[in-house]
Design a protein around this ligand. Structure first.
Ligand SMILES: [Zn+2]
Length: 380
C-alpha cells in the first residue's frame, strides 16, 4: 500500500484503496467487495449534525462495544450502534461529507455507504451498513449535506432483521479507531438514544456462554498451529469474557479449563444434538479428530442387549408450535449465506419444526418451506 502510493503521481497521492478500510462488520466468507482506487478530495468541513434515522422511528437494538455474539458468525466486539427500523426506511448523512465508497449488500455480505468528514480539523468516517443497493441515492465522489438522504435500511450480511449498523471512525484510513456513536453525537447535539422509539439493547454480562456447533479443537493458543487440548463434542458449553478475541479465536473456559476455540464453530444457542439412531452392528471407535475443526462424529452406538427388543417408537404428542421472537430472515438453505426468501415479522406463528440442522430449523411459512435461525424461535 505504502509502496503503491509512493509510485503514484503527485496528483494521486491521496489515492487510497477503498477496500483497505472496511470497518469491522462481521467478515462474511463471500468474495471481497469490489476494490477501486480513487483520488479522494478533501471532505467539506462539517459543522452541523443530523440523526441518521428519523427521530422516534427506530429502536436501538445493540450498543457499541463488547457483547455476546448474538448470532453465529457475528462479532464479539460490536464496532457500531444498531438501529432497527423497517426495510426501506431512509438513511441520512450524519454530517456534511463526501461519499468514498458504495458496496452493494448480499445475503452473505453487509452492503454499505461510507462518508468521509472533516470535523474540527480531524478526519472522520461514517459507515452505514446492511443496506442492499448502495447507489440508490449517492455515488462515490459526491458531496452530501448533513441530513441528506443517502440510502435505505436493509438486512444484508450477518443480520437477524432489518437495521442500520452505524460506525464512526476517527482518524485517517489505515490508522483510524472506531468510536461509540452515542456519546460522539450526544456531544454534538444529536441524542441517538433518547431519539429512539425504544432501546432494547442491553449492556453485556460478565461472561457469555457459547455452544460448539460441531466437533471443535480446543487449543492452547489462537491459531491452527497451537496444541490441541482435546476435541470438544458438538453442544459443549464454553464461557467467554465478552469482547475478547484474537485472530478469529475466542479465549474460553470449558469446565474451568482455559483454552481457545475458533469463533466460526460456536453459537449462542445450544444446538440440537442429533441422537444416533439405533444400529444393529457396533460402529468402530472414532479415530482422534484431525487438526482442522472436524465435523462431529456420532458417538459409537452401543449395541442393544440381545434380550431386549427395540421398543417401537412411541407416537409423539402433537409437536410444539413456534413463533418468532424477532424479525427473522427466512432462508432457502440452513446457512447464513442461504438465499433469503423473505423476512418473517416478529411475533409470527411459524408452526412446528420440520427438521433441524445445527442451529437451523426448517419451517413452513406462508406456504413456503425454508430455514430460520433457532435463536429467535420461541414456543407458543
Ligand atoms: Zn451491528
Amino acid at each position: 500500500m505504502r509502496s503503491i502510493r509512493a509510485a503514484l503521481p503527485a496528483a494521486l497521492t491521496t489515492a487510497f484503496l477503498i477496500a483497505s478500510f472496511v470497518g469491522a462488520v462481521p467478515a462474511a466468507s463471500a468474495a471481497a467487495p469490489p476494490t477501486a482506487v480513487v483520488a479522494e478530495p478533501t471532505p467539506p468541513v462539517a459543522t452541523r449534525f443530523a440523526t441518521p434515522l428519523a427521530t422516534k422511528t427506530y429502536t436501538v437494538s445493540s450498543f457499541y462495544g463488547a457483547r455476546c455474539m448474538p448470532l453465529p458468525g457475528a462479532s464479539t466486539f460490536h464496532e457500531g450502534l444498531d438501529m432497527a427500523a423497517p426495510t426501506g426506511a431512509p438513511i441520512a448523512a450524519v454530517a456534511a461529507g463526501i461519499v468514498v465508497a458504495t458496496v452493494d449488500g448480499t445475503s452473505a455480505r453487509a452492503g454499505y455507504v461510507k462518508l468521509r468528514h472533516s470535523i474540527d480539523g480531524v478526519t472522520y468516517t461514517s459507515i452505514y451498513y446492511h443496506i442492499w443497493k448502495s447507489t440508490t441515492r449517492v455515488k462515490v465522489g459526491q458531496l452530501v449535506a448533513a441530513g441528506q438522504r443517502i440510502s435505505e435500511v436493509g438486512s444484508s450480511g450477518v443480520s437477524s432483521g432489518s437495521h442500520l449498523h452505524l460506525e464512526i471512525w476517527k482518524g485517517t484510513p489505515g490508522s483510524a479507531t472506531s468510536l461509540d456513536p452515542a456519546p460522539f453525537f450526544t456531544s454534538r447535539g444529536v441524542d441517538l438514544l433518547s431519539g429512539a422509539r425504544s432501546v432494547t439493547a442491553t449492556r453485556p454480562p460478565a461472561t457469555c456462554t457459547y455452544y460448539t456447533t460441531t466437533g471443535v479443537n480446543f487449543r492452547t493458543g489462537p491459531s491452527t498451529s497451537a496444541g490441541i487440548i482435546r476435541v470438544l463434542p458438538i453442544g459443549t458449553a464454553t464461557v467467554q469474557v465478552p469482547g475478547r478475541s484474537t485472530n478469529g479465536y475466542l479465549p474460553v473456559t470449558v469446565a474451568g479449563r482455559p483454552g481457545w476455540i475458533s469463533s466460526a464453530y460456536v453459537s449462542p444457542t445450544r444446538p440440537a444434538v442429533p441422537r444416533p439412531a439405533p444400529v444393529a452392528t457396533p460402529v468402530p471407535a472414532a479415530k482422534p479428530a484431525p487438526a482442522k475443526p472436524a465435523p462431529a462424529k456420532p458417538a459409537p452406538a452401543k449395541p442393544a442387549p440381545a434380550a431386549v427388543k427395540p421398543k417401537p417408537a412411541a407416537k409423539p404428542a402433537a409437536p410444539a408450535t413456534y413463533r418468532t421472537a424477532a424479525a427473522l430472515n427466512f432462508r432457502r438453505t440452513p446457512s447464513m449465506s442461504g438465499a433469503k426468501i423473505l423476512v418473517i415479522p416478529k411475533g409470527s406463528t411459524v408452526g412446528s419444526i420440520r427438521a433441524s440442522k445445527g442451529v437451523w430449523r426448517q419451517i413452513t411459512y406462508k406456504g413456503k418451506t425454508g430455514w430460520v435461525h433457532s435463536a429467535y424461535l420461541a414456543k407458543r
